[in-house]
Write a protein that binds this ligand. Structure first.
Ligand SMILES: Nc1ncnc2c1ncn2[C@@H]1O[C@H](COP(=O)(O)OP(=O)(O)OP(=O)(O)O)[C@@H](O)[C@H]1O
Length: 638
């Protein structure tokens, strides 16, 4: 929050708001008497040294009256806002608590109310509640409520669908309690931001009602009334209208800027700059990384960091690897080891507040971290293909598959609508989607999971891909379709000489499909080795363990499946030394004291371990019923 206050936006918001609030408190005390003092000798005067904004019909000083009106104007606007927020929140969250039919009725009422312009509603309520201050406050409060109700409804509906709410419901927690305990605390922040910005709007509405004569009534006065009086004399003394007008604008601005500042502070809870100065200890630099000729992707000391309440989390630490043209490299590791983030960083898909740092991050010879956004979009749009895990969410459900594929060619290759669609059909045929001309006109839901994944690969082929990143592309598919998709990826690689980065938690899949395997653990590459002869060559105890726990057809089905005992560390709580040491049967004091460098073991093989395994053991890992390591070879080479 303090960091945001130090930005120009935060500073202006804080200064303006302080000024407005100070005036609201002090002005009636300091200028109260002057504002009501009638001077019949100075009636309706223009600006002068004694009266900077001139005087009104009773000779009262207009500047003093404008300053004194701050309290009433701000107070009433805030009161109206409070009513709006309270009524809006109740209406918005009611569907979560009420029986379904009544809830729907409330939603319908809110939808109808939202359709009416706010000021029209305020006028309607002002007539209902009667002319005067109370009526105006209620009118504006009720007029702003539908907008809030809509925001609260959307927010609470998204929270109500979360697993923890479902869990609370299953546990028998009552609806009202779920609302108070689980829903409200999770929607409070955006509501506060909206309320602060809304206070500015309420101020304007209030000034509007008073200006129209249905708000504050004489002898009370707010900025709206002063503005109304001033406008009657606009040609003789423009300053009389200008003063309250400027006050309304400045106070409205103060609330709006304040809302924006709170939003910025909430979106960036952790003072980024302070956290950045506390950089995490860098992972030891890798050495002896083989550099294939014509490298498509070069990654050196890549780290991905996220600010958390406890400081920086670094789920990817000092990752170094190179991907040659036509090479297929698999990335394996348990859930949370940083595989996807590494791939996302390579595709420049890490969003703020995530931070990507690297000594080198080059794709097709271009530095990704310094290439301008526009050039980057063209480069990645034509040369990089991504295949995601869930084929159900990879495509926009409202657009035909063919059109989605064609968009790539239209955007980046300057093809016309028809030409791009024809190419889309060709690409669907290339990825063996049956009846491609017909299928191109279908929507994603009309495709099976495997077919969608193939269409996704086809989308990558719309350009001239040099790298295909496939992040768990077969996890959501059944085994036979898995094989088809993997074969297709392999075929595409051979046809186009594109490099493939295949992310998987299944080391057997990777061993079958790739030339090289990168094994990740707690954000680091712990081993980089050729896929051929993986089982004999694996040196890191973690790789051995991953291989040992793969079940195969020859495994004894009476025995429980193999497991690696323990859990990987959280990115925010990495142990000193080797992160795998707490789970490793070979760990010594040295492992617990210092993180080993990823160093060349032999040709094309790197391992980060103080005690690399050289015999056929499973790395000293607790194994329950896993097949012997030597048997893995048959599976991998199958
Ligand atoms: N936006 C984020 N903010 C903070 N932490 C994140 C963010 N995205 C990922 N992480 C953390 O980074 C770690 C690595 O995530 P990543 O998705 O790369 O793992 P993974 O190896 O691909 O796992 P999986 O196989 O489950 O997809 C996880 O602990 C995750 O909680």
């Amino acid at each position: 929050m303090l960091a945001v206050l130090r930005t120009p936006l935060g500073l202006s918001a804080a200064a303006l708001l302080l000024l407005v609030l100070a005036l609201a408190v002090l002005a009636p005390i300091v200028w109260g008497a002057q504002a009501t003092a009638v001077d019949t000798d100075a009636i309706q005067q223009g600006p002068s040294g004694a009266h900077l904004l001139g005087t009104d019909a009773l000779g009262r000083d207009l500047l003093a009256r404008t300053l004194v009106a701050t309290r009433l104007s701000i107070g009433l606007a805030l009161l109206a806002m409070l009513i709006g927020v309270a009524v809006g929140t109740v209406l918005g969250t009611a569907p979560t608590v009420l029986p379904r039919r009544t809830g729907r009725l409330v939603v319908a009422v809110v939808n109808i109310a939202v359709a009416f312009p706010g000021l029209l509603l305020a006028l309607f309520f002002a007539v209902v509640f009667g002319v005067g201050t109370t009526g105006a406050v209620l009118a504006i409060g009720f007029a702003t409520a539908p907008g809030f109700a809509r925001v609260a409804q959307t927010l609470s509906a998204s929270v109500a669908g979360r697993d923890y709410v479902a869990a609370a419901r299953i546990a028998g927690v009552g609806r009202l309690r779920v609302l108070v305990r689980h829903v409200l605390p999770n929607i409070a922040e955006p509501l506060v931001v909206n309320a602060t910005i809304g206070a500015g709007a309420a101020l304007l509405s209030f000034a509007g009602l008073s200006f129209l004569g249905i708000g504050v009534q004489a002898p009370s006065y707010d900025w709206g009334r002063l503005l109304g009086d001033g406008l009657n004399r606009i040609y003789t003394n423009p300053a009389a209208a200008l003063g309250p007008g400027v006050a309304v604008v400045l106070a409205g601005l103060a609330f709006n800027l304040c809302g924006e500042t709170i939003a910025a502070a909430l979106g960036q809870r952790t003072p980024l700059r302070r956290l950045l100065s506390r950089r995490p200890t860098p992972a030891p630099a890798a050495t002896g990384e083989p550099e294939p000729a014509g490298a498509v992707l070069r990654v050196e000391q890549l780290s991905v960091r996220f600010p958390t309440a406890a400081g920086w989390a670094e789920p990817v630490r000092g990752v170094t690897f190179t991907l040659g043209a036509g090479e297929a490299v698999g990335v394996v590791g348990e859930s949370g080891s940083g595989k996807s983030l590494t791939a996302l960083a390579a595709a420049r898909l890490i969003e703020r507040p995530g931070v990507v740092v690297a000594d080198r991050l080059e794709f097709a010879g271009r530095p990704l971290l310094s290439t301008p956004e526009r050039e980057l979009r063209t480069l990645l749009g034509t040369s990089l293909a991504m295949v995601f895990q869930d084929p159900a969410t990879s495509f926009n459900p409202t657009r035909r598959i063919g059109r989605q594929l064609a968009e790539v060619a239209q955007e980046h290759q300057g093809l016309g609508r028809r030409g791009a669609f024809t190419r889309a059909i060709e690409r669907l045929a290339q990825v063996r989607v049956p009846a491609p001309a017909k299928r191109a006109h279908q929507y994603p839901h009309e495709f099976s999971g495997g077919m969608r994944q193939r269409a996704m690969i086809g989308m990558g082929l719309m350009g001239t891909p040099r790298l295909i990143i496939a992040d768990e592309p077969t996890t959501a598919l059944d085994v036979t379709v898995q094989r088809q998709v993997l074969r297709l990826l392999d075929q595409v690689r051979r046809d186009t000489a594109a490099a493939v980065l295949l992310i998987s938690h299944d080391i057997a899949v990777v061993a079958q499909t790739c030339d090289r395997v990168l094994v990740m653990y707690a954000g680091r590459i712990v081993e980089d080795l050729p896929a051929a002869g993986l089982t004999e060559r694996a040196r890191h105890p973690y790789t051995r363990a991953l291989l040992a726990v793969v079940p195969d057809l020859a495994a004894d089905r009476d025995q429980p499946l193999g497991v690696i005992a323990g859990r990987p560390p959280e990115p925010t709580a990495l142990p000193v030394g080797c992160a795998f040491a707490p789970r490793c049967g070979f760990a010594t004091e040295r492992c617990r004291a210092a993180d080993p460098v990823l160093a060349s073991a032999d040709d094309g093989h790197r391992v980060a371990c103080w005690h690399p395994v050289t015999d056929g053991t499973a790395g000293g890992i607790t194994r329950r019923g896993a097949a012997p390591v030597s048997r893995r070879r048959e599976y991998a080479d199958e």
